[in-house]
Design a protein around this ligand. Structure first.
Ligand code: NAD
Ligand code: TYD
Length: 348
């Protein structure tokens, strides 16, 4: 029977992916390995935590002995690796945590999978979930393709680029059956409120200043998180071995433009006067080394696997703002740190 290890499943993207997989494939087993750092929140998985095909394991991918034991116990047929330190600003303040989890942790997982599978790689797959930030920063023109040379410029993107190289090295050197995807900025429910959109929604609620870095002209390509989860499912099952797939939302927006749109959506939902939240926008000191523009050419995944984003940014912002405003308790528990008590109660 198929048994897939998902790392980082208590985080933002991982929790959406686990909801999708556990419900869609009742005949398969899914094990979620997560260290529950500040970004991991098992409350995100409440709806499926008792499903017979799901199991949560608390553990750290930097602990190789633990990983070897886990692989020996479960005999996984596949790995979908999402566990990472994921926030650029934190990587600037504390790069070593990123090197440990994103680089050392990924190499540990590669080794654990290789050791467990090397007698028979057939039917096995190691899927590494990565970011478009490995490609560096674009000017006004152009898109990242799968052939774009790597040019990471933040500690976060350098750690993800490094992990991508190790994944490819394990394929070329040891024959490990791997696949990689590089995705643009995700947004949607359950995103930790240090990232742009949930941070802004929370501040709008409390009528606090909305901190836009620099002049707000930096551009990102925004992807609805459930579209990303659907792409991961497809690539895991149907992507060609050894290939890389870029995943994007076809939704390029400047930060300032996006925050303007968000203010208007939230004002409308809260019944505030049009334009009132835009007044909260405050331009703050820029992020050091702030990448100017990311934009994805997602034509390969469309041509090969038929995947396309289904939710545009207008609809996605509506859904996202509604979710956070309807789940203020989740937001309060995450921002106060109270969500950590849930784990203690639930799992001892
Ligand atoms: P997240 O920060 O919300 O979640 C990361 C999860 O990994 C958390 O549950 C955390 O507890 C867990 N984790 C961290 N260190 C660990 C360790 N040492 N051992 C085990 N678990 C650990 O991140 P996310 O936004 O859901 O991103 C998931 C993956 O997707 C990451 O690899 C990220 O680089 C990639 N990605 C994210 C985006 C985005 O916009 N969020 C875009 C492209 C790619
Ligand atoms: P973020 O959500 O941190 O994602 P990433 O840096 O990985 O793209 O930030 C998205 C964009 O928003 C990025 O250009 C930085 C900017 N930003 C702000 O202007 N203010 C903020 O408070 C945050 C968190 C981000």
């Amino acid at each position: 029977m198929a048994k897939t290890l998902i790392t980082g499943g208590a985080g933002f993207i991982g929790s959406h992916l686990i909801h999708l997989l556990v419900n869609k494939y009742p005949g398969e087993q899914f094990v979620n390995l997560d260290a529950l750092t500040y970004a991991g929140n098992p409350e995100n998985l409440k709806a499926i935590e008792d499903a017979p095909n799901y199991r949560f394991v608390k553990g750290d991918i930097t602990d190789f002995a633990f990983l070897e034991q886990l692989f020996a116990e479960h005999q996984f047929t596949g790995v979908i690796h999402l566990a990472a330190e994921s926030h650029v600003d934190r990587s600037i303040a504390n790069p070593m945590a990123f090197i440990m989890t994103n680089v050392v942790g990924t190499v540990n997982l590669l080794n654990a999978a290789k050791n467990s599978w090397q007698s028979d790689y057939s039917g096995k797959r190691f899927y590494h979930v990565s970011t478009d930030e490995v490609y560096g920063s674009l000017g006004a023109e152009g898109l990242f393709t799968e052939e774009t040379a790597y040019d990471p410029r933040s500690p976060y993107s350098a750690s993800k680029a490094s992990s991508d190289h190790f994944v490819r090295a394990w394929q070329h050197t040891y024959g490990l059956p791997v696949v990689i995807s590089n995705c643009s900025n995700n947004y949607g429910p359950y995103q930790f409120p240090e990232k742009l959109l949930p941070l802004m929604i929370n501040n709008i609620r409390h009528e606090k200043p909305l901190p836009v870095y620099g002049d707000g002209s930096n551009v990102r390509d925004w992807l609805w998180v459930e579209d990303h989860a659907a792409a991961i499912d497809l690539i895991f099952r149907e992507g060609r071995e050894g290939e890389t797939y870029n995943i994007g939302g076809n939704n390029e927006c400047s930060n300032l433009g996006l925050v303007h749109q968000l203010c208007d959506v939230v004002d409308d939902l809260l019944g505030r006067a049009p334009g009132s939240s835009r007044k909260l926008i405050t331009f703050v000191k820029d992020r050091p080394g702030h990448d100017q523009r990311y934009a994805i050419d997602a034509s390969k995944i469309k041509a090969e696997l038929g995947w396309e984003p289904t939710i545009g940014v207008e609809e996605g912002l509506q859904r996202t703002a509604k979710w956070y405003l309807n789940n203020t308790e989740w937001l309060e528990r995450v921002t106060s740190g109270a969500y950590r008590e849930y784990y203690a109660q639930q799992y001892q």
